[in-house]
Design a protein around this ligand. Structure first.
Ligand code: PGA
Length: 254
């Protein structure tokens, strides 16, 4: 089955409004490939500006980096998925390892967030990944399985169809230490098998599984040629328009 490659920029807590405008001006002036779905996930503060800047450009989609599990209410400092819809977001990243590590997000909380997001037309990008200690102890698959089953097993088939999974080994995030294409593909294949066992083969074949962790223009192609790698989730190397454009270009199916 042909899966449309997906390139997602996760800017984390970087890029002010003026930097966002500079990025988008430079980035959208490039000849972007039609065959790659492109998503920019700026900080919340830049979402509205980005939406306005891209109003006439349907080739670039917008995503958020997090949201709350309630649609509204007394949750000081939080952002509702309704507000994301308001800003034309198509995606939201959930369960990024930095959220798990610094904000104690666990599968129980992430299940609630996933359920709320999937009631809207926004698609979640659900992140999983082992840390270095877990990899060294040979626990990678056990950790991934726990993260998958803890948050995804209650989803319906319609809901899983709209979900994207990102495999981001924690030891590769922001460290410059990319997983080898073989290491990454091995885990992607494990994730696809888990989807197949739990939802059926056709859902597994249709699911897009992204790799994240020190993706750069120089290593995107070797990752993308692997059969189970359908796209990338990029932090540091997505902050500059030229670098993210090179990554997007390398995501095209050859
Ligand atoms: P990195 O971050 O590309 O800077 O390693 C990836 C991510 O955390 O999504």
């Amino acid at each position: 089955m042909m899966r449309t490659p997906l390139a997602v920029a996760n800017w984390k807590m970087n890029n002010s409004i003026s930097e966002t405008i500079k990025f988008v001006t430079e980035f959208s002036a490039q000849s972007l490939p039609d065959s790659v779905e492109i998503v920019l996930c700026p900080p919340f503060t830049s979402l509205y500006t980005l939406g306005i800047a891209l109003e006439d450009d349907s080739s670039i989609k917008i995503g958020a980096q997090n949201c709350h599990y309630e649609l509204n209410g007394a949750y000081t400092g939080e952002t509702s998925v309704e507000f994301l819809k308001d800003m034309n977001c198509s995606y939201v990243i959930l369960g990024h390892s930095e959220r798990r590590q610094y904000f104690s997000e666990d599968e129980a909380l992430l299940t609630k967030k996933l359920m709320t997001v999937l009631e809207t037309e926004i698609s979640p990008i659900y992140c999983v990944g082992e840390n270095e200690k877990q990899r060294d102890a040979g626990e990678t698959f056990k950790v991934i399985q726990t993260q998958l089953s803890g948050a995804l097993s209650k989803l319906s088939k319609d809901q899983i169809e709209r979900t994207v999974i990102a495999y981001e080994p924690v030891w590769a995030i922001g460290t410059g230490k990319t997983a080898t294409p073989e290491q990454a593909n091995e885990v992607h294949a494990f994730i696809r098998k888990w989807i197949s066992d739990n939802f059926g083969l056709s859902f597994a074949l249709g699911m897009r599984i992204l790799y994240g962790g020190s993706v750069k223009p120089e290593n995107t192609r070797e990752l993308m040629v692997k059969p189970d790698i359908d796209g990338v989730l990029v932090g540091g190397a997505s902050l500059k328009a030229t670098s993210f454009f090179d990554i997007v270009s390398s995501c095209q199916n050859s």
